[in-house]
Design a protein around this ligand. Structure first.
Ligand code: HEC
Length: 278
C-alpha cells in the first residue's frame, strides 16, 4: 500500500512535470524577431488580383510569382497603400493608418509551433463594427491542396462575394475552392479559436489544437499562438510553411483588417521568419 502511494506520488510528479514541459513557453528573449508588414487591403480580393485588366501582377502570378515576390523588396513593402485607402479600392471608410509592422517570432518543438506577434494596433479605424473586441489577431496556414497557397497566402480565401464586400451576402464567409486552411484567432476580449477555412469558415473544430494568449502592455499587444505541427497544414521540421497574418485593430470587423502577403516560417530552415528549435 505504502509502496503504491509512493509510486502514485512519483507518477503524479512525473505527469505534472510532463505537462509543464509540454506547455513551457519558449524563451522569447533568445528568438529573433522579424518585422512583417500588414496593410489595409481594401477591396482587392483574389478575383481582382487575378483580373488582368485591373492588376498588372496578374500575368506574373499566373507564371508562378508570389504576391510577396513582387510586393516586398529588400524587406520593404512595395505597394501603393494610398490607392488602397482611396475610393477606387475602398468604397467605405478606410482606416487612417494604411500600413504598419508586426514583430513576428517563432519557435517549435517535437509537437508544436509557437508564434508570437507584437504590434501597436493603430487607432483611426474606418469600421468599428466589432463592439466586443478592440483587437483580433489571426494566423492562417494553407495546406498543400490549396491551389497557389504558397504563392498567395491568405488570398485564396478572400472573395468578392464574401461578407462585408460591397453588395455581398452577409452570411457568406471566406472560403477556398479546394484544400483547407488552419485558422487561429485571438480576441482581446480573451477568447482564442482553433478554426478552419474550407468551403466555409469555421471558428471552432479546427485540426491544429490551437490556442492563443495575449495582453496589452502600454500601447503594445503581444499575442502568442500555440498550434500542433499536425493540422490541415502539416508542419515538418527542416521545411518552410506558408502563413499569413491578419490584425483587426480599433474594433474592426470583416474585411477591415490589416493583412500580410504570403510569408513563410522556416522550422529550422530558411524562411521569412525563422523558427528556433526548443
Ligand atoms: C508579377 C508581379 C506581381 C505579383 C505576382 C502580384 N502583384 Fe500586385 N501589383 C503588381 C503591380 C506592378 C501593381 C501596381 C499596378 C497595378 O495595379 O497594376 C500591383 C498592385 C497591387 C495592388 C493595388 C495597390 C497598388 O500598389 O497599386 C494590390 C492590392 C496588389 N497588387 C495585391 C497583390 C496580391 C494580393 C498578390 C498575390 C495574390 C499580388 N498583388 C501579386 C505586381 C504584382
Amino acid at each position: 500500500m505504502k509502496k503504491n502511494l509512493v509510486s502514485l506520488a512519483v507518477l503524479g510528479a512525473l505527469m505534472a512535470g510532463g505537462a509543464t514541459a509540454a506547455l513551457a513557453a519558449p524563451d522569447w528573449s533568445k528568438v529573433p524577431k522579424k518585422d512583417v508588414h500588414v496593410f489595409h487591403p481594401g477591396v482587392a480580393p483574389i478575383e481582382w488580383v487575378q483580373g488582368k485588366g485591373e492588376h498588372s501582377g496578374a500575368s506574373g502570378l499566373k507564371k508562378g510569382e508570389s504576391c510577396a515576390g513582387c510586393h516586398i523588396e529588400d524587406g520593404k513593402l512595395s505597394l501603393d497603400v494610398k490607392r488602397l485607402q482611396s475610393k477606387e479600392l475602398e468604397p467605405k471608410t478606410a482606416p487612417k493608418v494604411g500600413t504598419y509592422t508586426v514583430g513576428v517570432q517563432a519557435a517549435y518543438d517535437a509537437s508544436n509551433l509557437y508564434v508570437r506577434l507584437s504590434f501597436k494596433a493603430p487607432a483611426g479605424g474606418g469600421d468599428k463594427s466589432d463592439k466586443e473586441n478592440e483587437v483580433k489577431a489571426s494566423l492562417m496556414f494553407p495546406n498543400d491542396k490549396v491551389a497557389m497557397g504558397e504563392q498567395v497566402g491568405c488570398w485564396a480565401t478572400c472573395h468578392q462575394d464574401a461578407r462585408t464586400m460591397p453588395g455581398a451576402d452577409d452570411k457568406k464567409t471566406k472560403y477556398v475552392k479546394g484544400g483547407a486552411y488552419d485558422l487561429l484567432q485571438w480576441r482581446s476580449s480573451g477568447k482564442s479559436f482553433d478554426g478552419s477555412v474550407t468551403d466555409k469558415r469555421a471558428m471552432e473544430g479546427g485540426k491544429a489544437a490551437a490556442k492563443a494568449e495575449g495582453a496589452k502592455a502600454g500601447d503594445t499587444y503581444t499575442v502568442t499562438f500555440t498550434r500542433s505541427l499536425a493540422g490541415n497544414a502539416t508542419l515538418v521540421a527542416g521545411k518552410p510553411v506558408t502563413f499569413g497574418i491578419a490584425i483587426h485593430a480599433d474594433h474592426a470587423g470583416g474585411r477591415f483588417h490589416h493583412v500580410s502577403f504570403n510569408q513563410t516560417i522556416g522550422l529550422g530552415a530558411d524562411g521569412d521568419v525563422k523558427a528556433v528549435k526548443q
